[in-house]
Design a binder for this molecule. Structure first.
Ligand SMILES: [Zn+2]
Length: 371
């Protein structure tokens, strides 16, 4: 294992942050795995899982059991961790610009036109050529802010990985993950090992998120290039929501770290006696099929269903009680699925998002991710 550090652009005189990464296994093994956690800064369930994962990777490396290069970034957002304001971490958005740390990533898919001119008939060589194009594009970037330099550093560490695993957590949530339809067969075993209660699929959710900058380029190349210019899935990416923000315990984090190791064993990135695949808890559903609930009025929020519950059409999920009029507004589900996440608040303003239930029928269009 070796520890590396990328200095971030200093936002103001006298301040300086760095992005730290840990590199395991043989470089140039032909397979690279990139795992980061806590892109929204204070996502501690994911961070603790990487601490325990790092310990296991150190042991496995000592035993000579690593077949792939594995890059681990436990603290993907040191900028957000510095945003401790009036007793609260505000790690989702950059306070300087208001930007979400997992949006606005440089989109590799802008390279499609250039790649079309360069690629030939050899699939493996095409992967190498596309990665070279990305490397050149990244080398040309001149970040102006600390936010931009952080995003660039994350892409520099991950752009040539075959598998990208981005560990987050939600507010109050069941274990769930997001990936593309094209990558789902490759991540279905991860969903099983993690015990995910929802696996949400979208090719392009419109958010310019970290996972999609990696996966969309290859998908677009596959759509636009003729058959005599074959392009494999050069990178597959998944975003994992390690339950809710307060779900921090050694037991749960160890389960998650073990699930990641089992998955890497399944991929043959680690030499392991393969653990039999557990059952898939819920079939994958389209992200565009998830129903999102919003508060029609302000008031005290009472949750009527538990996280991870299977919800029926018409089932009451939330009550909002107005303490001045005594009126109660009930919000019911229009879809059948799993209540996989909800907000951690207990008093809502009108229009506030409340939670989400999976659905099998895609009905939403446009940008599918929240702010
Ligand atoms: Zn997040």
């Amino acid at each position: 294992m070796n520890r590396q550090s990328i200095p971030l652009l200093s936002p103001a005189i006298g301040t300086h942050r760095e992005l730290v990464s840990f590199h395991f296994g043989p470089a140039n093994s032909g397979q690279k795995i990139y795992i980061q956690s806590s892109l929204h800064a204070d996502e501690t369930p994911a961070m603790l899982a990487t601490v325990l994962l790092k310990r296991r990777l150190l042991e496995l490396e000592k035993q000579g059991a690593l077949n792939a290069e594995i890059v681990l970034v436990p603290v993907a957002n040191p900028v957000g961790l510095g945003q401790y304001v009036l007793g609260q971490f505000l790690g989702r958005f950059d306070l300087g610009s208001g930007k979400n740390f997992n949006r606005h990533f440089l989109q590799f898919s802008k390279l499609v036109a250039r790649a079309k001119e360069t690629l030939g008939s050899n699939a493996a060589e095409n992967v190498r050529l596309v990665r070279k194009l990305i490397a050149d594009e990244l080398a040309e970037q001149k970040p102006l802010t600390e936010f931009e330099s952080l995003q660039l550093a994350l892409l520099q560490l991950s752009f040539d990985a075959d598998v990208i695993i981005d560990l987050h957590c939600s507010l109050e949530a069941a274990m769930h993950l997001y990936t593309s339809e094209a990558a789902w067969p490759e991540f279905e075993p991860l969903s099983r090992y993690l015990g995910a209660q929802a696996s949400l699929l979208a090719t392009n959710s419109g958010g310019e998120s970290f996972d999609e900058t990696h996966s969309l380029l290859w998908w677009k190349l596959q759509q636009e290039l003729p058959a005599d210019k074959p392009v494999p899935n050069g990178a597959i990416a998944v975003t994992v929501e390690c339950r809710g923000q307060r779900d921090v315990s050694y037991e749960v984090a160890q389960e998650d770290a073990d699930a990641l190791v089992d998955y890497l064993g399944w991929r043959k990135a680690i030499k392991l006696d393969a653990k039999p695949l557990p059952e898939l808890l819920s079939p994958a559903t389209p992200l565009a099929g998830s129903e999102q609930f919003y508060a029609p009025v302000s008031g005290i929020l009472i949750h009527r269903a538990k996280i991870g519950d299977t919800i029926r059409v018409g089932q009451a999920l939330f009550d909002i009680v107005d303490p001045l009029t005594d009126e109660t507004t009930t919000i019911a589900s229009k879809t059948e699925g799993v209540l996989y996440m909800r907000r951690a608040i207990r008093f809502v303003t009108a229009g506030a998002p409340l939670g989400r239930v999976t659905g099998t029928r895609a009905f939403r269009t446009g940008v599918l991710l929240g702010a």
